[in-house]
Design a protein around this ligand. Sequence first.
Ligand SMILES: [Zn+2]
Length: 220
Amino acid sequence: MNKPPKLDTEANLAETLAAERQAALARRPSRAEAEDAIRTLIRWTGDDPMREGLLGTPERVARAYEEYFAGYHDDPVEILQRTFEEVEGYDEMVLLRDIRFESHCEHHMAPILGRAHIAYLPDHRVVGISKLARLVEVFAKRLQIQEKMTAQIANTIQQVLQPLGVAVVIEASHQCMTTRGVHKPGAALATSRMLGAFRESASTRREFLAMIRGSGNLDD
Ligand SMILES: [Zn+2]
């Protein structure tokens, strides 16, 4: 198995992501093979995949996986490529907070439930707000490490929009920690990635952090 190419802001992100997608699709097994694998797991847990209640399960699980991991089929760069250039000189922070997401950790394939906060300082180009939410979804609906997902979101925005700065904060709980292993319900992991002005200017960073601190109060 090849190691996935390294992701950093210097690399050509679009090409890296496209190559990863191609490679993944090339080694994708058939739906029937996937359902067989689920039958194997059912047998391994100690149950009988041929009993009535479990007969349709492999098919349902495969369909659920298509939803959980739909992000492998979308191009995150493409999502951001439609930008609006006429912003009437708007150069203040654009912030979308409390973007809920569901992901799966790549170590246990257990759910990660969380929210992302994204801000950027536009330099002539802005995107529709829904595109930021879509971007989160494309990276969330993959096998993930929270730290990597945080960096991927920030790097993609930086590379495609080329703003003066990007900030991404993700807070999430990992069911591999809350329902098994160390059993720490309520523990949330926070990760952040600051680029450009958010990295260099303490006051810009403070403004962003103050704006997301009230998060969670608006609608839930
Ligand atoms: Zn895990």
